[in-house]
Design a binder for this molecule. Structure first.
Ligand SMILES: Nc1ncnc2c1ncn2[C@@H]1O[C@H](COP(=O)(O)OP(=O)(O)OP(=O)(O)O)[C@@H](O)[C@H]1O
Ligand SMILES: [Zn+2]
Length: 463
């Protein structure tokens, strides 16, 4: 399998540290707001990548952190006049709702920064001992010039960076490039005791610590959005390599940005689309297909038109699956992989082994769905089974799409619930409990569900 490694700046052959095992770390969200489509991209892409690794026989250990202490969280807590934990816990809970709606599997570990403060302190103490960090005014800084490899991941030259205008000048740092490992707490801010006084961890250190604790000092793949390459990942790498004296992550994978009219979709710019709103309007499959139909490293323009377009194709696939199920009265019989199936599966594996080329696989799914429709029209049972199982049990699950019948599941569940309600009302009427039967009718009416007596029995309509 080949992947593009940001550090080497080229496609490279992937070789895990331990045969058939992959340990990977994905930078997770800072939990002070609801997840937007931009944050959704690494979730969707790396969930699919992990599924593919597992599909090809790797045992994967995946870690995705929650940054649950940070300036943005503190500011939100001050705004709302609540403890910072209330903000972070609220958005972690909401994260899980979004992840579940998107059919994204939980990682093996979801560590939170605040649970690793002692390990963080220890890590910083080691960096100071080794001469890579210094204390200043209750803060602790990493001394970038001491780490010879600095800039290698983001392909930047340390002297060019220094002349860059965006780095603030401060008299408490030895060098403007030095970054905070530990921040002295201002009065009233959340703080932990440390050898440097009360304070809290800087942003980058948490990922070095949690990845090291859960995956080891050197692990296979580090992933995240490409907005994190510098400074976040450059700094993570510097800290970890300075402390352990060995490579941090063997491969670096970065997804491109979701953009809106040319700008990065971002909370700070305010051009965000919440993932839950998009899933509600277009469904999880369309949201995921929209993202996976572009190669993960390229920028992707978010437009409603783009989603609408994608929804048409996705609905065609969903309908073809439903029609196949109907053809066999519910369950499409199992079939042993035929030559056609084996070849299609091999094509998929080849595409995904070439820097995770999901657009090729999505295009193939659309083609297989067309074949499925044709087979249904021609009543060719063998081909119905082949094409159906290719989508439903091979290509779909590998990417995390078309696993649930989005079109029907809710409708049929709703039918079932309504059947129970209608029967309860019937029973109430039979027992002359008119108060109860009227209550049921009126309460349903309030939410726009109208009961109607028809020659076939009681029916309902939703307004
Ligand atoms: N527009 C985007 N497109 C793709 N990935 C993104 C985008 N915005 C954030 N990410 C990724 O989402 C993950 C979670 O990031 P985080 O919560 O730190 O968001 P963020 O970068 O602070 O968002 P924002 O810029 O909206 O404040 C990271 O891997 C980050 O790279
Ligand atoms: Zn990180």
């Amino acid at each position: 399998m080949k992947i593009y490694d940001t550090l080497k700046g080229e496609l490279v052959e992937f070789k895990p540290i331990k045969e058939k095992e992959v340990k990977m770390y994905v930078c997770g969200p800072t939990v002070y707001n609801l997840i937007h489509v931009g944050n959704g991209r690494p979730m969707i892409v790396f969930d699919a990548f992990r599924r593919f690794l597992e599909y090809t026989g790797y045992k994967v250990t995946m870690v995705q952190n929650f940054t649950d202490i940070d300036d943005k969280i503190i500011n939100k807590a001050i705004e709302e006049n609540v403890p910072f934990e209330e903000v972070s816990e609220r958005y972690i809970t909401q994260y899980w709702k979004d992840a579940q709606n998107l059919n994204i599997r939980a990682s093996n570990f979801h560590p939170k920064t605040t649970n690793y403060v002692q390990e963080i302190i220890k890590f910083i103490e080691d960096l100071i001992k080794k001469g890579y960090a210094y204390e200043s005014n209750g803060d602790v800084y990493f001394e970038v010039r001491k780490f010879k490899d600095y800039g290698k991941l983001s392909h930047r030259n340390i002297d060019d960076m220094k002349s860059g205008a965006r780095i603030e000048v401060s008299d408490i740092k030895k060098d403007p490039l030095d970054f905070a490992l530990w921040k002295n707490a201002k009065p009233g801010e959340p703080a932990w005791e440390s050898p440097w006084g009360n304070g809290r961890p800087g942003w980058h250190i948490e990922c070095s610590v949690m990845s090291g604790e859960l995956l080891g000092e050197t692990f296979d793949i580090h992933a995240g959005g490409n907005d994190l390459v510098f400074p976040h990942h450059e700094n993570e790498r510097a800290q970890s390599m300075a402390r352990h004296g060995k490579e941090f992550a063997n491969y670096w994978m970065h997804n491109g940005m979701i953009k809106v009219s040319g700008d990065k979709m971002s909370k700070s710019i305010g051009n965000i689309w919440l993932i839950r709103d998009v899933v509600k309007e277009f469904g999880a499959d369309t949201t995921k297909v929209f993202i996976l139909s572009k190669h993960y490293r390229t920028p992707l323009d978010f437009t409603k038109e783009g989603l609408e377009e994608q929804k048409k194709s996705v609905t065609r696939v969903q309908n073809s699956l439903i029609e196949a199920e109907k053809y066999f009265n519910g369950t499409v019989p199992f079939i042993k992989n035929t030559e056609y199936m084996k070849q299609t599966i091999n094509n998929m594996k080849e595409a995904l082994s070439e820097d995770f080329n999901t657009p090729k696989v999505i295009a193939k799914i659309f083609e297989v769905s067309k074949n499925l429709n044709k087979a249904i029209t021609e009543k060719n049972e063998q081909q119905i089974k082949e094409n159906y199982h290719l989508i439903k049990n091979e290509m779909g699950p590998v990417l995390g799409i078309f696993e649930k019948n989005e079109v029907t599941t809710n409708d049929s569940k709703m039918d079932k619930v309504m059947e129970v309600i209608i029967n309860t009302r019937k029973k109430a009427k039979k027992e002359k409990n008119y108060e109860m039967s009227d209550y049921i009718r009126e309460e349903l009416k309030k939410v726009g569900i109208i009961l109607k007596d028809t020659p076939q029995g009681m029916e309902y309509t939703i307004q």
